[in-house]
Design a binder for this molecule. Structure first.
Ligand code: SF4
Ligand code: SF4
Length: 93
């Protein structure tokens, strides 16, 4: 399995865009969802480098670290669970 990052955005995102500016330029793991009327953002797990820069930028505290949520991204079940948490974003792509 490809290594993935541990950070994901919950669907309580209000689309302010602050996290997008915090994500290091070459990484650019955060993107704005198309066709989402709130204009929310999501993280591409495969691109995230776990720097955590985006977390303190969020005014509504909706960026989560899977490890703190008790999820092990390296395990099959943890990886699936993070994927499920991101599914709301995927479904809006
Ligand atoms: S943890 Fe770092 S690399 Fe991952 S989405 Fe946030 S700012 Fe980008
Ligand atoms: S900083 Fe938080 S509320 Fe703003 S776009 Fe990012 S995840 Fe959404």
């Amino acid at each position: 399995m490809k290594r993935i990052g541990h950070f994901y955005i919950e669907d309580t995102c209000i689309g302010c865009g602050a996290c997008d500016h915090a994500c290091p330029g070459k990484v650019d793991a955060i993107y704005k969802l198309e066709d989402d009327f709130i204009g929310r953002f999501a993280i591409v797990l495969e691109d995230c480098i776990d720097c955590g820069f985006c977390v303190p930028m969020c005014p509504v505290d909706c960026i989560r670290d899977a490890r703190q949520a008790g999820l092990d991204a390296e395990s099959e079940s943890g990886w699936r669970r993070i994927r499920e948490l991101q599914a709301w974003a995927q479904s809006r792509n």
